[in-house]
Design a protein. Structure first.
Length: 134
């Protein structure tokens, strides 16, 4: 059993609810958000028995806008080459989705739905300007 409770609804409902819960939190008080995008595995790292990382490490990201942050991290992940020792090349071969690594790993999940919904709820914007620091 993982830490995440079983979801008895469809993936779309879960994606929308995640955006709604996040919007409620960030609208109550401005927060600073940090994402460390390393060792990105096919499934949530809260599950036991995960696989090898699927793309090279993409680094650390920070923003006061959680929607822009998630969009930037997702864009960077999808721009990476698939690591050969991961399940990603196999999943892409079975997918018609092009280079969307996240959708290839889990076709039932729609990360864009979460971000679009969060943006519609005014939790942030999907537009961002990436400032790279060496």
């Amino acid at each position: 059993k993982g830490i995440v409770p079983a979801w008895n609804r469809n993936w779309e409902d879960m994606q929308l609810k995640m955006a709604e819960y996040a919007a409620a939190v960030v609208q109550a008080k401005q927060c600073f958000h940090v994402v460390v995008a390393i060792d990105i595995t096919p499934q949530c790292d809260c599950f036991a028995g995960n696989d090898s990382p699927m793309v090279p490490n993409v680094g650390m990201f920070a923003s006061i806008d959680p929607v822009a942050l998630d969009q930037a991290v997702t864009d960077k992940i999808c721009a990476q080459p698939a690591l050969e020792n991961s399940v990603l090349p196999e999943r892409h071969a079975a997918s018609e989705e092009g280079l969307d690594h996240l959708h290839a790993i889990n076709p039932a999940s729609d990360w864009e739905l979460s971000l679009s919904h969060a943006e519609a709820l005014h939790a942030g914007t999907r537009k961002y300007r990436l400032v790279e620091v060496a």
